[in-house]
Design a protein around this ligand. Structure first.
Ligand code: 5GP
Ligand code: ZN
Length: 114
């Protein structure tokens, strides 16, 4: 997707602070962090949102969550805990139409969300 900002990050057309990368996944620091640790984990395949996931993506989604756990360990937030968020669609608050999972850590979060 030539006009997708996250595809441009994947293709290194715009800079980002990458914390993890493999053949199918990339993770980078959010440009507008909402907590001391704020990482975005995304597939390299352009999938618009959670609504577009199907059974062909089972391994990919599993690998994304294993990657999330590994990043949390590497950044030292696993013991104190952290939050993983996917915003889907307008009511979910999704602003970038390339599926992404937020890792938020380094402070305590409230529940339920606003
Ligand atoms: P959403 O609201 O769609 O769940 O989250 C999109 C996230 O992408 C936001 O937290 C926003 O700060 C982040 N973001 C938007 N544009 C860029 C960018 O160009 N670089 C980085 N690193 N993060 C971005
Ligand atoms: Zn994209």
């Amino acid at each position: 997707m030539s006009d997708c900002i996250f595809c441009k990050i994947i293709n290194k057309e715009i800079p980002s602070q990458i914390v993890y990368e493999d053949d199918e996944i990339i993770a980078f620091k959010d440009v507008n962090p909402q907590s001391p640790v704020h990482i975005l984990v995304i597939p390299k395949e352009h999938i618009e949102s959670l609504n577009d996931i199907n059974s062909n993506h089972s391994d990919l989604i599993g690998n994304i969550f294993i990657t999330i756990k590994n990043i949390a360990e590497e950044l030292g937030i696993d013991e104190e805990g952290y939050r993983v968020v996917n915003n889907c669609g307008e009511f979910g608050g999704q602003t970038v139409s390339h599926i992404h999972f937020h890792i938020l850590g380094g402070r305590k979060f409230s529940w339920p969300p606003g």
